[in-house]
Design a protein around this ligand. Structure first.
Ligand SMILES: Cc1ncc(C[n+]2csc(CCOP(=O)(O)OP(=O)(O)O)c2C)c(N)n1
Length: 296
């Protein structure tokens, strides 16, 4: 195993291995996502000591103890502020956050909005299986209209959130979409997201064989194509918005938009911009006894 101070050693997949058994349903998209994440971290030369993997609550979050490295398992919908705080405190870490569409566009939609605006230096993998998987198939904010779910047996009546439209309208500096059945594609996009300076939003179109019967693995397989193999200009936000629109017939995957001049949150702060020190280097010990003694 290599570490921050002995970076000459190369990292291997085995370093991210965990002895804990995976518990996802057979055929779940989470298996491929986890494999691709490990591959991308290794390809980027990120050791488990240099990675901070942050998990939300949900089926996706049940991967938190099935991979090695520094990990944090947060509350439902709340992983982005935790990950943002970590990225601000120690810029040397590669911070990856994972959450479901329920957490991201339901409970935590406010955090998503401000994480994009802040351009915190995080890779955010949003597992969009278009339902609340862990709690057994309720409709989420991305479940399509009229689709019947366990919470809505007569079909969803609310207008779904379109993740790419939302992210790009908020000024995302990196917005990508990829299919959980495409491990090579995920590896490629995850690597670009990890290397990006700022908030890298990766929406993963994830199949859920147990509760999402409307867009199964084969449905995506027949519709997705790699937009990065076309003449799409990833630095053109309007082109990205147009390319992202279709989620029904021909679904563009790959990097839709990337701002090549993205400046992450901590580098935008004039006070800290030229400081070599990290916030964690400035942590001091304070004697708070005088303040607490009155409480006795
Ligand atoms: C604030 C809050 N609301 C609801 C729950 C209950 N809950 C736990 S997991 C979950 C579903 C998770 O769905 P999603 O975020 O889409 O992730 P998935 O399981 O599909 O990967 C819910 C509703 C909770 N733990 N906390």
């Amino acid at each position: 195993m290599s570490c921050n101070s002995c970076s000459t050693k190369t990292v291997g997949l085995a370093e991210y291995a965990s002895p804990n058994a995976l518990t996802w349903c057979p055929g779940c998209g989470n298996f491929g996502i986890q494999v691709a994440l490990k591959q991308a971290l290794v390809a980027q030369g990120v050791t488990p000591h240099q990675a901070m993997l942050c998990f939300d609550v949900g089926c996706n979050g049940n991967g938190s103890d099935k991979i090695d490295g520094y990990r944090f398992h947060g509350l439902h919908g709340r992983i982005l502020p935790v990950a943002a705080g970590i990225a601000c405190a120690n810029k040397k870490l590669t911070v990856v956050a994972e959450a479901g569409d329920g957490a991201t566009f339901g409970e935590g939609v406010n955090h998503f909005v401000h994480a994009v605006r802040g351009n915190f230096d995080i890779t955010f993998l949003c597992h969009n299986n278009e339902n609340y998987g862990l709690t057994k198939g309720q409709a989420s904010a991305t479940t399509r209209e009229d689709v019947a779910m366990n919470s809505n047996p007569d079909g969803v009546t609310s207008t779904p959130i379109h993740p790419q439209r939302l992210a790009l309208s908020l000024g995302a500096t990196f917005s990508a979409r990829i299919f959980s059945g495409d491990i090579a594609g995920m590896n490629r996009v995850f690597q670009a997201a990890i290397a990006h300076k700022g908030f890298a939003f990766v929406e993963i179109l994830q199949n859920c064989p147990t509760y999402n019967k409307h867009t199964p693995h084969e449905w995506y397989q027949q519709r997705v194509y790699n937009i990065n193999e076309t003449d799409h200009d990833t630095s053109n936000r309007a082109a990205a918005v147009a390319a992202a629109e279709d989620i029904n017939e021909k679904v563009a995957t790959g990097i839709l938009y990337q701002d090549p001049n993205s400046v992450p949150f901590m580098m935008r702060d004039a006070v800290r911009k030229d400081l070599g020190a990290e916030l964690i280097d400035e942590v001091k010990t304070y004697d708070i006894t005088p303040y607490t003694s009155r409480m006795r």
